[in-house]
Design a binder for this molecule. Structure first.
Ligand code: ADP
Ligand code: ZN
Length: 721
């Protein structure tokens, strides 16, 4: 009798065996529908050796009900799922769920009814209906999706359908994607670019595992160069995956891709409608989607015939997932390349120290693009000493920066002010009693957002209207904003340059690829003079007329004392500086700082990245910090403080004595409360060669705690809060 082991997507269920009925073809990787109690579930057939479980007698097995009409998950993806589960100490079921991220792709018909505004208007509208119509705008989707977009109930949407304001249209789900054309618009590469591209093309042809760091300064043409590798994969009929750190970057990427290849790649990100998700997922699984661009979640999709992976802006820490399976998509991408036996290109102007170390040890290749393409020069960088030339009282822009902005605008060029703080002010307090507004669910201040007129917690999303009176002392109109956010800088710019057209760019204003496209369009058309933005504007954009970048608070990233603070600060400022002077006009960068002599500032001003990196690498070596030593974080959380403390203490006391490993804590986490849960932390510090995962498995595996306590392990953590 044929039996098969099935992995489910629910971590509460172990692997289960089923009977394969006569005539049904099931192989490892097959996507199947199986019964579980009274329900039916999706699962994937797996090799028995890889998923040991208790054997159940033949007579107790239930039948596999159905095999879905999609190709089986390939062996390389199955190995990646096992590796991820093993390395990040996560249930394989939870990892598998990332590979089966479109339930709609498996089931359902080939068409679906979607809804959109019909153009008909009504004389009288309830506030809810008006809100729905305004927010839906050009968008389209299922009733449920529209209700979500509009933040109204499904009943409101149905009512509008009945009234004829919203109409249904039948959408074909499986219309094929047109293949990008590798010969559509061939670039003329410079000699350095050509040499780099040839190496990448060679690697794609060789069809073997080859991790490579494509290290080129901002504007050197990294994208143009790796596009040649994509073209080669296309010629071979093999799939490419391009990972980007933010979905807002997919839109500018799509446009460049179209220019080069004539057709769009398949996009994969959280803003897709269910119908788009299904179509993309199926095309990826069948191999029809030749190029996919996406955020980190695109890494675990079941590509049929992968030939190349590119991780763009590979130094970005947003590739690290901070909840659920806490994997690092850059590292997991390299592992996928290993299992698929294909090249993996890590493209960046500011490589992570971890990646540089891999190159130093000969594990990754390195290809360099040392200069900008064409006539463009690297911008010159000047530090503004805030102690010597401070801004006026209650202002944040120092006179030298204001003078530079004045000149830039006079030349008809664009300026960018960078401050990595959303909202108007990071802290609001009462002038009378000193009361500070804190989130009721988190150890965090409420951030004032004037554009939307509310106080918001950036950790859990909790919002409140700003009260007129202080809730503590009842004094009216006594609230003061402390410190600047981008909205406040924008106000200051409005006072200084009343004629200039401003745009604020943050995740509040650029929350979808469509919004990003709109912003790019306005920049290119010259409809914006001054951009005020967070880290969202530091990457990927290419605006030739943008010649001035002002970093409002260059010291900001150095606070907090996280082990990567200096590195991250350097990368972020290099990136934002890299937006200046990308065309023929030269770029200027001003860093406002209280510490112009700090090593990071000196390196940024002199442009000597190499000496900054080597000093920073040495410091890591001395401290046995990554990549020379390793960390693992253990966070214990509960709604009940006592309970969290007790379990944390119990885990701390059970810590094994292992040579080459230290355990710090438990102690309250810096973010001591998050979303209403009290958090305690332990930090494990170990030498590189120690199998920390095994130690943790034995250590935590032997312990028990109440279900209301969550214990999460973060291997190679990037966040220490
Ligand atoms: P990076 O990704 O290294 O910052 P890009 O690939 O974005 O650099 O290139 C910067 C700009 O220079 C882009 O506008 C790009 O189109 C242009 N560019 C780079 N190389 C070439 C080339 N060989 N031919 C034409 N334009 C190029
Ligand atoms: Zn909160």
């Amino acid at each position: 009798m044929a039996r098969v082991r099935i992995l489910h997507t629910n971590p509460a269920l172990g692997p289960l065996d089923y009977r394969v009925p006569h005539g049904m073809a099931v192989e490892p990787g097959s996507l199947v529908r199986v019964p579980l109690g009274p329900r039916e579930m999706v699962g994937v057939a797996w090799e028995e050796e890889a998923l040991p479980t208790e054997t159940v007698g033949d007579n107790r097995l239930r039948n596999v009900l159905d095999v879905y009409d999609l190709p089986p998950l390939g062996a390389p993806l199955r190995r990646l799922i096992e590796w991820t589960a093993d390395y990040y100490l996560s249930p394989p079921q939870a990892v598998l769920r990332m590979a089966l991220s479109s339930a709609a792709a498996l089931e359902g018909g080939r068409t679906v009814m979607e809804y959109r505004l019909s153009g008909k208007s009504l004389d009288k509208l309830t506030p809810q209906r008006a809100q729905a119509i305004e927010r839906i705008g050009e968008r389209q989707g299922l009733i449920r999706e529209l209700a979500e977009i509009a933040d109204v109930s499904e009943g409101v949407i149905r009512g509008l359908v009945k009234a004829g304001v919203i109409e249904g249209i039948e959408v074909a789900l499986d219309t094929p994607f047109v293949a990008p054309d590798p010969g559509f618009a061939l670039p003329i590469l410079s000699d350095v670019q050509r040499a780099a591209a040839d190496q990448l093309v060679e690697m794609v042809r060789a069809q073997d595992f080859a991790p490579v760091l494509l290290d080129g300064v901002t504007g050197s043409g990294k994208t143009e160069v790796y596009f040649e590798a994509v073209a080669e994969a296309l010629r071979q009929g093999r799939q490419t995956l391009v990972l980007l750190p933010e979905i807002a970057l997919t839109e500018p990427f799509l446009r460049r891709f179209m220019d080069r290849f004539g057709h769009a790649p398949v996009a994969w990100h959280s803003d897709l409608r269910q119908s788009q998700r299904r179509r993309a997922y199926r095309a990826i699984a069948t191999g029809e989607a030749l190029v996919t661009v996406g955020a980190r979640s695109a890494l675990y999709l079941p590509y049929h015939n992968l030939g190349l992976i590119v991780v763009d802006e590979a130094h970005e820490t947003s590739f690290k997932q901070e909840d659920g399976v806490q994997y690092h998509a850059r590292d997991a991408a390299v592992m996928r390349g290993h299992f698929e036996k294909i090249p993996v290109v890590l493209a960046t102007a500011t490589p992570a120290i971890e990646t540089r170390q891999q190159v130093a040890q000969g594990r990754y290749r390195e290809i360099k693009l040392p200069g900008r393409y064409g006539a463009a020069q690297m911008p010159d960088v000047t530090a503004i000493n805030l102690v010597q030339t401070p801004p006026d009282r209650g202002r944040w822009l120092a006179p030298p920066l204001v003078a530079a902005m004045t000149q830039t605008l006079a030349r008809g060029e664009q300026a960018l002010l960078f401050l990595n703080r959303r909202g108007f002010a990071p802290l609001t307090l009462c002038r009378h009693c000193g009361h500070r507004f804190q989130c009721p669910h988190c150890t965090a201040w409420m951030v004032e957002h004037r554009l939307t007129n509310r106080l918001q917690c950036h950790h859990c999303g909790h919002v409140e209207p700003p009260p007129r009176a202080c809730p503590e002392c009842c004094e009216e109109d006594a609230l003061v904003a402390c410190g600047p956010g981008v909205e406040r800088i924008s106000d200051e710019v409005g006072i200084l340059f009343p004629e200039a057209r401003r745009a604020i760019v943050t995740s509040d204003t650029l929350w979808s690829p469509a919004k990003a496209a709109e912003f790019v369009g306005r920049m290119e058309a010259g409809d914006i003079d001054i951009v005020i933005g967070t880290q969202l504007v530091t990457k990927g954009y290419h605006f030739p007329n943008l010649t001035l970048v002002g970093v409002v608070d260059a010291d900001l990233g150095l606070q907090g004392g996280d082990l990567r603070a200096a590195e991250r600060s350097f990368q972020q400022i290099m990136q934002v500086a890299g937006r200046a002077g990308r065309g023929v006009k030269p770029g200027h960068v001003y860093l406002q700082t209280h510490e112009p002599d700090a090593p990071v500032m000196r390196a940024l001003v002199s442009g000597d990245a190499e000496s900054f990196y080597s000093a920073e690498t040495e410091a890591r070596r001395m401290a046995n910090a990554p990549p020379f030593g390793r960390f693992a974080g253990i966070v214990i959380s509960s709604e009940n403080l006592k309970q969290a403390e007790e379990v944390a203490r119990m885990i701390g006391q059970a810590a094994p004595e292992v040579e080459g490993m230290d355990v710090y804590g438990p102690a309250p986490a810096p973010l001591a409360m998050l979303r209403g849960r009290h958090r305690q932390r332990l930090l494990v510090h170990a030498r590189r060669t120690l199998d920390v995962q095994n130690v943790l498995r034995d250590w935590l595996g032997a312990l028990d705690w109440p279900r209301s306590v969550r214990v999460s392990v973060d291997i190679d953590p990037y966040s220490f809060v």
